[in-house]
Each structure stands twice: as C-alpha cells, then as structure tokens.
Design a protein around this ligand. Structure first.
Ligand SMILES: NC(=O)c1ccc[n+]([C@@H]2O[C@H](COP(=O)([O-])OP(=O)(O)OC[C@H]3O[C@@H](n4cnc5c(N)ncnc54)[C@H](OP(=O)(O)O)[C@@H]3O)[C@@H](O)[C@H]2O)c1
Length: 224
C-alpha cells in the first residue's frame, strides 16, 4: 500500500517506522527538510510537501495536532485532492484547559463537533474521501512496540468507518503491526473512540506508564 503521512511528529514517526518495511511510505509536511529527516531515518520511499504526500498515498494519515487537521487538509489541496483516498484519522480532539501539565485529569474531554466526532467533521470537509478512525487510543510509544503485546495478548485495535474497502485496508495495516483489528462499526462510532482515548490520556497524565492501554480481552476458547 502507498501511505502518505501529513506530519513528522511522534505518531507519524511511530507508525511510519513500523510500516516502512512492508509498505511504501511517504512523509509530507510543512517543513520539507524535517520530513526528509524522518524519511531518511525510517527508510521511507520518499518525502516532500503536504500536497506531495496526498498525491502519493492511496491512504493518507492525518498526523498533525487535532486542531490543525482542517488547515492540513486545505494545505493538501482540499476536497478534490483527497477524493477516493483512504484517510486515516488518528487524532484526539481533546480539551485540556490550562494545558496538559496542570494535572487536571477531569478536563480531558473530547471536543464535540455538533455532537459528533472530529472524524465525522473531517468527512464533511472531504466527502469524497473514505475516512477511517483508528490508532487514536494508544500513546505513540505503544505503536513503536514490535509487536504491541500485553501479558502475551495482542493489542486489540478498534477502528470504524463507513466504507468497507477502506476499513479492510486499515485492518491490513493494523495486522501488519502485530495487532488484532476489530471493526467497531460506522464512522458515527468515532465519537466513542475519541471519548475512550480521553480515558487513556487522563491516566497517562496522572503518571501511568505511557504504554498503558485499554485492551479488549476474552477468555481463550478451547475446544471441548
Ligand atoms: N502523541 C501521541 O501519543 C498520540 C497518540 C494517539 C493519537 N495522537 C494524535 O495524533 C495527532 C498527532 O500527534 P503527535 O503527537 O504526533 O503530534 P506532534 O508530535 O506534535 O506532531 C505534529 C505534526 O504536525 C505538524 N503540524 C502542526 N501544525 C500543522 C499544520 N497546521 N499543518 C500541517 N502540519 C502541521 C507538525 O510539524 P510542523 O509544526 O513543523 O508543521 C508535526 O509534524 C494528534 O491529533 C494527537 O491527538 C497522538
């Protein structure tokens, strides 16, 4: 798969590094030198501007701060440029009044977009793109784990979206990380994934290990 990243920060680094060995990865950003640095580090197929990344990818990862996603989409060429692409929304639109270091855990709340999610808001900005929400529920250091396993169990990675072919591609990317992909349903469930991430973020800022996750587990089913 050809994967274009918008951004070269923590999440772009963690995910692109894991995918670069099995997929064609392109790092794009506002500062093309910084994009090139990450591309070199992870042995990516290429690097360049934001429009370059959008043009390159069959799948585009929006890896900017959540409040910059709209601007990044415009920089990438807007509605037409994203038409037909799988767009992976990894972002957590979290309200943190006073900043993350105030240790006011109760303020880690998802920002509401007319009672919906950021993912649904993105879908209104680029209606011809196939939006899938995924990878938002774990800190970047979890995505660097190879594989992300906890007590011998795979990390169950929840994702949602309205387009089944796009979801299959994202499930493939999840498998590729050594995780178990679990489809939560339509894009409307993104509001739950964004809210769930807030629980994790609250714990992380309360001092828990950055690799703390919410995992879906069930007893091992043994044949009788
Ligand atoms: N960090 C985590 O552990 C984690 C976990 C799950 C989900 N997430 C979500 O993933 C997203 C990315 O997080 P991150 O930690 O990777 O962020 P980050 O390290 O701060 O990186 C953000 C990237 O976005 C770029 N950027 C900032 N403003 C931009 C704009 N207006 N247009 C284009 N590019 C812009 C930055 O580069 P320049 O400023 O140089 O352009 C940088 O490359 C966030 O929405 C976050 O909620 C993060």
């Amino acid at each position: 798969m050809k994967i274009g990243f918008i951004g070269y920060g923590n999440m772009a680094r963690a995910l692109s590094k894991r995918w670069a060995s099995t997929h064609e990865v392109f790092i794009g950003g506002r500062d093309t030198e910084r994009a090139a640095e990450l591309a070199k580090e992870i042995h990516a197929a290429g690097s360049g501007s934001i429009p370059d990344a959008v043009q390159f990818g069959d799948a585009i990862v929006l890896a900017t701060p959540a409040n910059a996603v709209e601007e990044a989409i415009q920089s990438g060429g807007g509605t037409n440029a994203f038409s037909g692409k799988v767009v992976i929304d990894i972002n957590n639109p979290v309200s943190v009044p006073g900043g993350p270091h105030d240790n006011v855990g109760e303020y880690y709340l998802p920002i509401s977009f007319d009672e919906g999610s950021l993912a649904e808001h993105i879908a209104t900005l680029i209606p011809e793109a196939k939006i899938v929400k995924a990878f938002n529920m774990c800190q970047a250091s979890v995505w660097e784990m190879d594989p992300p396993e906890f007590d011998g169990r795979k990390l169950v990675t929840l994702y949602c979206g309205d387009d089944s072919s796009a979801k299959s591609k994202v499930a493939e990317l999840i498998d590729c990380l050594g995780c178990e992909a679990v489809d939560v349903g339509e894009l409307k469930y993104a509001r739950l994934l964004e809210a769930s991430a807030c629980i994790v973020i609250k714990f992380l800022f309360s001092g828990r290990d950055m690799r703390t996750v919410l995992n879906l587990i069930q007893p091992e089913v043994k044949p009788i």
